[in-house]
Design a protein around this ligand. Structure first.
Ligand SMILES: CC(C)(COP(=O)(O)OP(=O)(O)OC[C@H]1O[C@@H](n2cnc3c(N)ncnc32)[C@H](O)[C@@H]1OP(=O)(O)O)[C@@H](O)C(=O)NCCC(=O)NCCS
Length: 243
């Protein structure tokens, strides 16, 4: 359908280059650019030091590998299939600049990817949690990584509110442990499929949430060698997601 302009226009055809259009299609990253999460490490029950650090967009292809493997009916347990499919699309959109102010953090053992979390900023005040997925279970790497992204949003990026939604019982359990409140539903809907919005305010984080998850916060600074090794990121050698 085309519309006649209400007044005459001097010419009736413009030629655009794809490069002219690109700026309209891409999400911006002004709010997260140059605001790096200070890396830390978490010690597992076996004494392994797992580095939790910000991922770079150059690492997107490595991150996509395990997600692609799990994005399959064979992994239709504990919502791994669905979460992998959604997270795959988010990481791909990040790589191809189709998401606004996206941040991904990775949990890394040696140089092996163990867990992934991501979120994005709606604006300076509001962070939208996207996904949490661990490729190795029973070591609390999921909740450790989730706590890290909440910490990043409040303490580095300075938001006032964190909005999550939970797709799985194990995800809900993380939310429960971080004492999220719930916005009235369906008046408020999360961008992930219109799910319920579970939220934490900065005041809650400072007043009691952070203290409640203290054991998942890990330690700083990361020993230099350990950090360096984590930069040579590789996909997990095997998936350890069966309980
Ligand atoms: C949600 C998720 C990130 C949580 O990760 P996590 O915090 O590391 O927890 P795990 O999945 O390893 O589950 C560990 C819990 O399972 C339970 N558990 C472990 N082994 C068990 C067993 N053999 N029998 C019964 N329960 C067991 C324990 O309660 C344990 O918690 P604890 O360590 O506090 O004791 C992870 O389950 C995941 O990636 N799931 C798929 C994707 C998903 O659902 N993401 C969230 C979307 S909202």
């Amino acid at each position: 359908m085309s519309f006649e302009p209400p007044i005459p226009i001097s010419i009736d055809f413009f030629k655009y280059y794809v490069t002219d259009i690109e700026a309209y299609l891409r999400g911006t990253d002004f709010l997260v650019r140059d605001k790096e999460y200070p890396p830390k490490y978490y010690e597992t029950s076996k004494g392994e030091k797992i580095v939790i650090r910000q991922a770079t967009v150059d690492e997107a292809d490595v991150i996509l590998e395990p997600l692609k493997e799990i994005m399959d009916l064979g992994f239709d347990k504990d919502f791994y299939h669905l979460v992998a499919a959604r997270t795959y699309s988010e990481i791909l959109a990040w790589k191809q600049r189709r998401v606004k102010d996206h941040v991904a953090l990775v949990a890394v053992h040696g140089n092996e990817l163990q867990a992934l979390v991501n979120f994005r900023l709606w604006n300076e005040k509001l962070a939208i949690s996207l996904h949490t997925i661990t490729f190795r279970r029973k070591e609390r790497l999921g909740i450790v990584s989730y706590t890290a992204k909440v910490e990043h949003a409040f303490e580095v990026l300075g938001v006032d509110e964190w909005w999550a939604t939970f797709e799985s019982p194990f995800g809900f359990r993380m939310g429960f442990r971080l004492v999220h409140g719930m916005k009235p539903y369906p008046e408020y809907q999360h961008e992930l499929g219109g799910g319920r919005v579970f939220y934490i305010t900065k005041r809650d984080w400072d007043a009691y949430v952070k203290a409640k998850v203290e054991k998942y916060l890990g330690s700083r600074p990361v020993p230099e060698e350990l950090y360096k090794e984590s930069l040579n990121l590789k996909p997990p050698e095997r998936l350890e997601i069966e309980l």
